[in-house]
Design a protein around this ligand. Structure first.
Ligand SMILES: [Zn+2]
Length: 410
């Protein structure tokens, strides 16, 4: 049975595309044995070999983008894992079923995508998790097909949330690298970031969003480059009584290299700050029509109005989903708020040498940022006092939250 499951979908198995990337193997995991994966936040990640990649897509389904992502993956016979938002499943249940038809793994991503699971009462977090699962199950119907896989919105983890998910036998998927596709960047940039970060780690879980037009545009070239550069796609499924886990050694769940070139994996701990609310930041200077098209259908899923940090008037409600940064990328390094320290919590402490190097590189980045964006910084300081604090450990891109900016990206 296991041998059958593990049989690779070779290019010859991809009708109409003999040169397809394909899916090289299926990895069967036991969520209870490895409850938290993804080196952006956790010690363990999937037991991949060098040049193996797992593709993940969050926040859908949302046609037409999600549909196009499915078509692109199908054309290359690539299997991925999708983290579904419950309210999207309610709105587009047929699109959830299409994931099952296509043979992808289906996990969940809460009911409403709150970017506050790191600070909300655990009862509310449980409700978000449970409702998201129930809505996705309802969309899938009796045939089922939901995997016990979960991704926390914005990767904004909390102990209580993790403990609850573990108690339910649900595996939390962080990631090994994002491609910043929720930011206001071009498709070419998404492709470039995805490939560069993958090359830096050599393997891992890539975080993408199937609701973004730029991701749809970038995906064919990402898959093409994976093929050209010798990467292999691995499909991950949960173990069941009929489907035993793939045998692995504990050390295989550790990402091997200590030398990090992607600055998100082993970040020194930073002090606890109050989060600056991005809702108080200015609107994009140059609206992206693609972004607007993506977000438009989501307006009905708006968050409650958030209060600014100064306690002034509430800002208008806005969609909960990750959206492109409201800042221009060139100015992001000096202006954006700081992520929760929990994002960077690693049991494995960085060496003092590494810490020094990291802080030095950040200072350099800040100097560059200051040159490029002093004017914008001044404007933002007046907008949000908290956002202007100068902190040496500031903001590498660490998750797919609105609150984070690609400081180290130029
Ligand atoms: Zn998300």
């Amino acid at each position: 049975m296991a041998a059958v499951i593990a049989a690779p979908a070779l290019a010859v198995d991809c009708p109409g595309n003999p040169g397809a990337l394909g899916t090289s193997r299926t990895l069967v995991v036991d969520p209870k044995e490895h409850p938290r994966i993804g080196t952006m936040q956790y010690e363990e990640t999937l037991p991949l070999q060098d040049h193996e990649v797992v593709l993940t897509f969050d926040d859908g389904p949302l046609p037409p983008h999600s549909t196009k992502v499915l078509d692109i993956l199908a054309s290359q016979c690539v299997k991925a894992t999708f983290f579904i938002i419950g309210r999207m499943a309610r709105s587009f249940p047929e699109d959830v079923r299409q994931l099952r038809v296509a043979g992808h793994s289906i996990g969940t991503h809460t009911q409403n995508h709150p970017l506050s699971m790191n600070r909300m009462p655990v009862e509310r977090a449980r409700q978000e998790i449970d409702e998201g699962i129930a809505a996705t199950k309802a969309a899938l119907g009796e045939a089922g097909g939901l995997a016990p896989f979960f991704r926390i919105p914005g990767l904004l983890r909390a102990d209580a949330v993790e403990n609850y998910l573990a108690s339910q036998g649900i595996q939390i998927w962080s990631a090994d690298f994002p491609a910043d596709d929720w930011h206001h960047i071009s498709a070419a940039r998404v492709h470039e970031i995805a490939m560069r970060r993958l090359e830096a780690k050599g393997k891992g879980i890539l975080l993408l969003h199937d609701i973004q037009g730029r991701t749809v545009a970038a995906l064919p070239k990402i898959l093409q480059d994976l093929k050209t550069r010798g990467y292999r796609v691995v499909h991950v499924v949960p173990a069941t009584p009929d489907r035993p886990k793939t045998p692995t050694e504990p050390r295989e769940w550790q990402l091997h290299p200590v030398s990090e070139t992607v600055a998100i994996a082993r970040w020194p701990k930073i002090p606890r700050f109050v989060f600056a609310s991005t809702e108080t930041l200015p609107a994009p200077a140059a609206p992206d029509p693609d972004w607007r098209a993506t977000m438009l259908p989501l307006q009905k899923f708006s968050a409650r109005p958030a209060r600014s940090l100064r306690g002034a008037a509430p800002v208008p409600s806005r969609p909960l989903w990750p959206a492109p940064s409201p800042l221009l990328a060139a100015n992001a390094s000096i202006a954006l708020p700081v992520p929760a320290p929990s994002v960077f919590e690693f049991k494995e402490k960085a060496s003092s040498v590494l810490q020094h190097a990291v802080i030095q590189s950040l200072r350099h980045a800040e100097v560059r940022g200051a040159r490029n964006g002093a004017a914008a910084a001044g404007k933002l300081r007046s907008t949000n006092r908290i956002a202007s604090r100068r902190i040496p450990g500031r903001v590498p891109v660490a998750d797919h939250s609105l609150k984070h900016a690609p400081v180290t990206e130029r």
